[in-house]
Design a protein around this ligand. Structure first.
Ligand SMILES: Nc1ncnc2c1ncn2[C@@H]1O[C@H](COP(=O)(O)OP(=O)(O)OP(=O)(O)O)[C@@H](O)[C@H]1O
Length: 290
């Protein structure tokens, strides 16, 4: 069963095209990572799926219905990028307050345990660390036993321990049959949780595949050099960019490329090799494909 769907969805803010003909289907029981750089359109897509915003064109469905209808949102749990809880309330009180809104909520102790918050139950939220606050905010999206949870950058800014506690909570929900869509800037983070990753950049879906396949795609290096002569055709070059007297070559195998340059006796200076950003890697690959 498909729990969330975007069909040919575009969304503009004035002259900014935040989403450009996006198609996406999330089936029940999946844990999907939505990966992309700043401004890629991730939050916009979540805001459409949660019914906060309307697409400019195309259609969005949640549980087969319009997410703007409250009935469709009954199966949904969400933690947006920015959240806030009243500083004077204790952790246990916040959880109880949210629990009171649902007909069959999770038990308070079970929820706190699942997210490593049990020791904080009597603490006022104003005194929590950033990581503890974030864990509480994410935990709250699970209170109503949703069928699908959307998490916008759930672990950004957390230290390793807090991140692991959060991951454990998300994994426990998924192990119980729950469906999750979470956004992230980092493939490593998606890799820790999800099998499927949807890469979004410039408002478009650039890849929708297994984490392993996407890792292969983005392991691209940028080899930059200055040469007084035009470069010969070299194997394994995914993209070429010229900037003044410098040439930038994108390749999945920088070692081989450098060996080939030397073997071809290409005169070069100022060789530089660096990893590409996700955005660079994907935009290069997609522009080659199209
Ligand atoms: N309310 C808004 N008004 C105008 N432009 C907006 C608005 N919200 C988002 N945008 C623009 O739409 C594009 C996509 O933004 P969005 O927040 O969806 O990206 P994102 O992938 O979630 O980024 P980040 O990782 O930084 O959160 C950006 O160019 C952004 O500036």
């Amino acid at each position: 069963m498909i729990l969330a769907r975007a069909i040919d969805v575009s969304r503009s803010y004035g002259s900014t095209l935040a989403l450009d003909h996006v198609n996406l289907e999330i089936s029940a029981g999946e844990l999907v990572g939505l990966l992309g750089p700043n401004g890629a359109g991730k939050s916009t897509l979540l805001s459409l799926l949660t019914g906060i915003r309307r697409p400019t064109s195309g259609r969005v469905e949640l549980g087969g219905g319009d997410p703007r209808r409250p009935a469709s949102r009954r199966l949904l749990g969400v933690t947006p990028q920015e959240t806030g809880v009243p500083a004077s309330l204790r952790v246990g009180e916040v959880v109880d307050f949210v629990r009171a809104h649902f007909p069959d909520p999770m038990g308070r102790a079970e929820l706190l345990d699942q997210f490593g918050l049990s020791d904080l139950v009597r603490r006022q939220t104003g005194g929590l660390s950033g990581g503890e606050k974030r864990r509480l905010a994410v935990a709250l999206s699970f209170v109503g036993k949703p069928r699908i949870v959307l998490l916008d950058e759930p672990t950004t800014g957390l230290d390793v321990e807090a991140r692991r506690a959060l991951w454990d909570g998300i994994r426990a929900f998924h192990a119980g049959g729950g469906t999750v869509l979470l956004t992230s800037h980092y493939l490593e983070e998606v890799e820790a949780l999800a099998r499927r990753v949807v890469v979004i950049g410039g408002g478009r879906v650039l890849a929708d595949d297994s984490v392993a396949a996407v890792r292969g795609l983005v392991a691209i290096r940028r080899v930059s050099l200055a040469s007084p002569v035009p470069l010969p055709r070299l194997a394994g070059v995914a993209g070429v960019d010229r900037e003044g007297d410098r040439t930038h070559l994108l390749t999945p195998d920088a070692d081989r490329l450098v060996r080939d340059l030397v073997a071809a006796e290409v005169p070069f200076t100022d060789l530089e090799i660096r990893p590409t950003s996700l955005e660079e890697a994907f935009l290069t690959l997609t522009s080659r494909r199209s």
